[in-house]
Ligand binder design. Structure first.
Ligand code: SF4
Length: 218
Protein backbone atom coordinates (compact mmCIF):
# COMPACT_ATOMS: atom_id res chain seq x y z
CA UNK A 1 0.00 0.00 0.00
CA UNK A 2 1.63 3.31 -1.00
CA UNK A 3 2.15 5.89 1.66
CA UNK A 4 -0.60 8.49 1.41
CA UNK A 5 0.57 11.98 0.59
CA UNK A 6 -0.94 14.87 2.42
CA UNK A 7 -1.68 18.22 0.79
CA UNK A 8 -1.93 19.97 4.13
CA UNK A 9 1.13 21.58 5.59
CA UNK A 10 1.59 20.70 9.25
CA UNK A 11 3.10 23.97 10.47
CA UNK A 12 4.78 26.96 8.80
CA UNK A 13 3.79 28.01 5.27
CA UNK A 14 5.46 25.78 2.74
CA UNK A 15 7.44 27.16 -0.18
CA UNK A 16 6.28 26.32 -3.69
CA UNK A 17 9.53 24.39 -4.24
CA UNK A 18 8.84 22.21 -1.19
CA UNK A 19 5.23 21.72 -2.21
CA UNK A 20 6.24 20.80 -5.78
CA UNK A 21 8.71 18.27 -4.37
CA UNK A 22 5.90 16.68 -2.34
CA UNK A 23 3.69 16.60 -5.43
CA UNK A 24 6.46 14.93 -7.45
CA UNK A 25 6.82 12.28 -4.75
CA UNK A 26 3.07 11.58 -4.62
CA UNK A 27 1.97 7.96 -4.89
CA UNK A 28 -1.64 8.31 -3.75
CA UNK A 29 -3.22 6.52 -6.69
CA UNK A 30 -0.26 4.36 -7.70
CA UNK A 31 -2.34 1.14 -7.52
CA UNK A 32 -4.62 2.51 -10.24
CA UNK A 33 -1.93 3.75 -12.64
CA UNK A 34 -0.37 1.68 -15.45
CA UNK A 35 3.17 2.87 -14.54
CA UNK A 36 4.92 4.28 -11.51
CA UNK A 37 3.53 7.78 -10.80
CA UNK A 38 5.31 10.57 -12.66
CA UNK A 39 3.50 13.85 -11.95
CA UNK A 40 4.08 16.36 -14.75
CA UNK A 41 3.78 20.01 -13.73
CA UNK A 42 5.50 23.32 -14.31
CA UNK A 43 5.07 25.88 -11.56
CA UNK A 44 6.60 29.10 -10.31
CA UNK A 45 5.49 31.64 -7.68
CA UNK A 46 5.60 34.45 -10.27
CA UNK A 47 3.52 32.77 -13.00
CA UNK A 48 0.52 34.83 -14.11
CA UNK A 49 -1.11 32.37 -16.47
CA UNK A 50 -2.09 28.82 -15.51
CA UNK A 51 -2.91 26.16 -18.07
CA UNK A 52 -5.05 23.28 -16.81
CA UNK A 53 -5.46 20.43 -19.26
CA UNK A 54 -6.67 16.85 -18.81
CA UNK A 55 -3.81 14.49 -17.85
CA UNK A 56 -0.49 13.54 -19.42
CA UNK A 57 -0.64 11.09 -22.31
CA UNK A 58 1.90 8.31 -22.75
CA UNK A 59 4.40 10.54 -24.60
CA UNK A 60 4.25 13.21 -21.92
CA UNK A 61 4.66 10.53 -19.26
CA UNK A 62 7.82 9.34 -21.02
CA UNK A 63 9.35 12.76 -21.74
CA UNK A 64 8.01 14.86 -18.87
CA UNK A 65 7.30 17.68 -21.37
CA UNK A 66 3.65 18.72 -21.62
CA UNK A 67 2.07 20.02 -24.83
CA UNK A 68 5.08 19.02 -26.95
CA UNK A 69 2.95 17.86 -29.87
CA UNK A 70 0.58 19.23 -32.56
CA UNK A 71 -2.01 20.07 -29.87
CA UNK A 72 0.62 22.16 -28.10
CA UNK A 73 1.52 23.87 -31.38
CA UNK A 74 -2.09 24.93 -31.88
CA UNK A 75 -2.39 26.01 -28.24
CA UNK A 76 0.71 28.23 -28.62
CA UNK A 77 -0.84 29.66 -31.78
CA UNK A 78 -4.05 30.43 -29.86
CA UNK A 79 -2.04 32.13 -27.11
CA UNK A 80 0.23 33.98 -29.57
CA UNK A 81 3.40 32.84 -27.78
CA UNK A 82 6.62 31.16 -28.88
CA UNK A 83 7.79 27.83 -27.48
CA UNK A 84 10.38 29.68 -25.38
CA UNK A 85 7.71 31.79 -23.70
CA UNK A 86 5.33 28.85 -23.35
CA UNK A 87 7.94 26.78 -21.54
CA UNK A 88 9.13 29.65 -19.33
CA UNK A 89 7.54 28.50 -16.08
CA UNK A 90 8.30 31.82 -14.39
CA UNK A 91 5.54 33.19 -16.64
CA UNK A 92 3.27 30.28 -17.54
CA UNK A 93 2.40 27.46 -15.14
CA UNK A 94 1.06 24.13 -16.39
CA UNK A 95 -0.84 21.85 -14.02
CA UNK A 96 -3.19 19.25 -15.52
CA UNK A 97 -6.37 18.08 -13.79
CA UNK A 98 -4.65 14.74 -13.17
CA UNK A 99 -0.88 14.98 -12.89
CA UNK A 100 0.03 11.39 -13.83
CA UNK A 101 -0.63 9.36 -16.95
CA UNK A 102 -3.82 7.41 -16.18
CA UNK A 103 -3.44 4.84 -18.98
CA UNK A 104 -5.75 3.98 -21.83
CA UNK A 105 -8.75 1.82 -22.54
CA UNK A 106 -9.48 0.67 -26.10
CA UNK A 107 -6.92 3.15 -27.43
CA UNK A 108 -8.39 6.21 -25.65
CA UNK A 109 -6.79 7.95 -22.68
CA UNK A 110 -8.55 7.32 -19.39
CA UNK A 111 -9.88 10.32 -17.43
CA UNK A 112 -7.61 12.07 -14.93
CA UNK A 113 -7.48 10.28 -11.57
CA UNK A 114 -10.25 11.78 -9.40
CA UNK A 115 -7.97 11.91 -6.31
CA UNK A 116 -5.56 14.33 -7.93
CA UNK A 117 -7.14 17.75 -8.51
CA UNK A 118 -8.83 18.07 -5.05
CA UNK A 119 -5.57 17.04 -3.41
CA UNK A 120 -3.07 19.22 -5.26
CA UNK A 121 -4.76 22.09 -7.10
CA UNK A 122 -5.82 24.11 -4.03
CA UNK A 123 -2.34 24.18 -2.41
CA UNK A 124 -0.57 24.74 -5.73
CA UNK A 125 -2.86 27.64 -6.59
CA UNK A 126 -2.42 29.11 -3.12
CA UNK A 127 1.35 29.03 -3.66
CA UNK A 128 1.01 30.89 -6.99
CA UNK A 129 -0.74 34.08 -5.90
CA UNK A 130 0.03 35.96 -9.14
CA UNK A 131 -2.13 33.75 -11.33
CA UNK A 132 -4.65 36.05 -13.00
CA UNK A 133 -6.01 33.80 -15.70
CA UNK A 134 -6.58 30.03 -15.68
CA UNK A 135 -7.21 28.33 -19.00
CA UNK A 136 -9.52 25.33 -18.56
CA UNK A 137 -8.79 23.08 -21.50
CA UNK A 138 -11.33 20.35 -22.08
CA UNK A 139 -14.22 18.91 -20.15
CA UNK A 140 -12.33 17.52 -17.13
CA UNK A 141 -10.68 20.83 -16.24
CA UNK A 142 -14.01 22.61 -16.70
CA UNK A 143 -15.83 20.04 -14.56
CA UNK A 144 -13.37 20.45 -11.68
CA UNK A 145 -13.17 24.24 -11.70
CA UNK A 146 -16.62 25.33 -12.89
CA UNK A 147 -18.72 22.50 -11.43
CA UNK A 148 -22.43 23.29 -11.78
CA UNK A 149 -21.68 26.62 -13.48
CA UNK A 150 -20.61 24.90 -16.68
CA UNK A 151 -23.02 24.45 -19.57
CA UNK A 152 -24.76 21.32 -20.76
CA UNK A 153 -22.04 20.66 -23.34
CA UNK A 154 -18.45 21.77 -23.77
CA UNK A 155 -19.58 24.00 -26.64
CA UNK A 156 -22.15 25.68 -24.36
CA UNK A 157 -19.46 26.24 -21.70
CA UNK A 158 -16.91 27.69 -24.13
CA UNK A 159 -19.54 29.87 -25.78
CA UNK A 160 -20.45 31.32 -22.36
CA UNK A 161 -16.80 32.25 -21.68
CA UNK A 162 -17.77 35.78 -20.56
CA UNK A 163 -19.57 34.25 -17.55
CA UNK A 164 -16.28 32.92 -16.18
CA UNK A 165 -14.08 35.96 -16.90
CA UNK A 166 -11.73 37.34 -15.79
CA UNK A 167 -10.36 34.46 -13.69
CA UNK A 168 -11.16 31.51 -15.96
CA UNK A 169 -11.40 30.85 -19.67
CA UNK A 170 -12.84 27.51 -20.82
CA UNK A 171 -11.37 26.23 -24.08
CA UNK A 172 -11.83 23.13 -26.25
CA UNK A 173 -8.88 20.77 -26.53
CA UNK A 174 -6.58 21.98 -29.34
CA UNK A 175 -6.21 18.43 -30.64
CA UNK A 176 -6.07 17.88 -34.41
CA UNK A 177 -9.05 15.58 -33.76
CA UNK A 178 -11.06 18.69 -32.81
CA UNK A 179 -10.63 20.39 -36.20
CA UNK A 180 -14.26 19.60 -37.05
CA UNK A 181 -15.40 21.33 -33.85
CA UNK A 182 -13.37 24.40 -34.80
CA UNK A 183 -14.86 24.38 -38.28
CA UNK A 184 -18.39 24.10 -36.91
CA UNK A 185 -17.87 26.90 -34.40
CA UNK A 186 -16.28 29.78 -36.34
CA UNK A 187 -17.20 32.23 -33.53
CA UNK A 188 -14.40 30.63 -31.49
CA UNK A 189 -11.66 31.76 -33.89
CA UNK A 190 -13.36 35.07 -34.56
CA UNK A 191 -14.24 36.06 -31.01
CA UNK A 192 -12.42 34.00 -28.39
CA UNK A 193 -8.93 33.67 -29.87
CA UNK A 194 -8.32 37.43 -30.44
CA UNK A 195 -9.51 38.14 -26.87
CA UNK A 196 -7.30 35.35 -25.50
CA UNK A 197 -4.22 36.61 -27.37
CA UNK A 198 -4.77 40.15 -26.16
CA UNK A 199 -5.28 38.99 -22.56
CA UNK A 200 -2.17 36.80 -22.59
CA UNK A 201 -0.10 39.58 -24.18
CA UNK A 202 -1.13 42.00 -21.41
CA UNK A 203 -0.53 39.46 -18.65
CA UNK A 204 2.94 38.56 -19.83
CA UNK A 205 3.91 42.18 -20.48
CA UNK A 206 2.69 43.20 -17.01
CA UNK A 207 4.73 40.37 -15.51
CA UNK A 208 7.85 41.45 -17.43
CA UNK A 209 7.40 45.09 -16.31
CA UNK A 210 6.96 44.00 -12.70
CA UNK A 211 10.10 41.86 -12.86
CA UNK A 212 12.06 44.77 -14.39
CA UNK A 213 10.84 47.13 -11.62
CA UNK A 214 11.80 44.65 -8.91
CA UNK A 215 15.23 44.28 -10.56
CA UNK A 216 15.78 48.07 -10.43
CA UNK A 217 14.93 48.23 -6.75
CA UNK A 218 17.28 45.43 -5.70
S1 SF4 B 1 -2.32 11.35 -10.33
FE1 SF4 B 1 -2.07 12.93 -8.76
S2 SF4 B 1 -2.84 12.01 -6.85
FE2 SF4 B 1 -2.41 10.32 -8.31
S3 SF4 B 1 -0.27 9.69 -7.88
FE3 SF4 B 1 -0.20 11.23 -9.52
S4 SF4 B 1 0.13 13.19 -8.45
FE4 SF4 B 1 -0.61 11.70 -6.91
Amino acid sequence: MPKRSSATSPSAPETLDALAARVRACTVCAPHLPHAPRPVLRVSPGARLLIVGQAPGRRVHETGIPWNDPSGDLLRQWLGVTRDVFYDETRIAIVPTGLCYPGTVKGSDLPPRPECAPLWHPPLRAAMPNIELTLLIGAWAQAYYLRERRGRTLTDTVRAWCDFAPAFLPLPHPSPRNRLWLKRNPWFDAEVIPMLRERVGHLLAAGDNGAARRGKHK
